[in-house]
Design a binder for this molecule. Sequence first.
Ligand SMILES: C[S@@+](CC[C@H](N)C(=O)[O-])C[C@H]1O[C@@H](n2cnc3c(N)ncnc32)[C@H](O)[C@@H]1O
Length: 293
Amino acid sequence: MPESVFSHVDGSGDPNELVRYLDATKGVQLFRELGRLLLAELRVGPGSSVVDVGCGPGTDALEIAAAVAPRGRVVGVDASSIMVAEARRRAAGRGLAVEFRVGSAERLDLPDAIADACRFERVLQHLADPAAALREAARVLRPGGQVAALEPDWTSLDVSGADPGVVRRVLDVRMAAIPCPDAGARLGRLLSEAGFEEVRSLELTLSGHHPDALRALRLDAYAGAAARVGAVTGAEAAALLSALDGGRAGVRATLHLAAGSRTARAAQRPDVATRRASSTRPVTPSLSNAVDR
Ligand SMILES: C[S@@+](CC[C@H](N)C(=O)[O-])C[C@H]1O[C@@H](n2cnc3c(N)ncnc32)[C@H](O)[C@@H]1O
């Protein structure tokens, strides 16, 4: 079965294609507006410190770094060294207080209570344990800090106006590839379970016949993957793509945005607590100290 390429960007066949895909989605007005909503939920301003988990090529981290300047700071963390290298390349020479690090969402290399806000955009779905990543967000946030996340619910994805059997088999391949396809639908509950308070959420159903939807939802890539594993024939995949490209088929999918506040008392990761306790260096709760280490 094919794996979600975003769970292992560096080992995927063509990481640069994934960078181009992310750039293309950032050009879609809907995603830009959702990005603005996500930013509003982070409640940041000049001087804030922000962590962008699963930052990809850094588009949002760079935008936020400009918004929190001059004294604010952004750290972008991504599991892919290719994404991080691209983000660093884009940041070079811009004079922004932003740093990009290779790291794991489930085990952030940041001290406790260091950030004012933490964001996830289209990341939790690619993790085997999204709850662990949200617990890490709670750990690195200061009391009262904000988390905000945007994720699709792939289980809601439907395609009309094309052969339903072919659609089902392509979507089954896709569903099997994504570690947490219903991350969007579970977002509010995941935030509450990670200890966030004042959880607010927004559900948005997209539907339409626009050929861009095909690429924004990566249906073209998954039709190809389904053909490669023999779930559909090449001719069936081509017919589905032609129906979508030609605007004869429509797609429908639900996206979820949720945000919450870190409680006054959040769990510490035991090993981090131990490291801090045995360190002689004073722990200053500021992201700039964390990134300057
Ligand atoms: C769909 S992309 C979204 C990128 C960016 N947030 C955006 O909206 O453009 C998902 C990103 O999550 C990263 N990722 C996947 N698993 C991760 C993990 N365990 N820890 C950190 N990042 C991870 C991928 O490398 C990829 O850059």
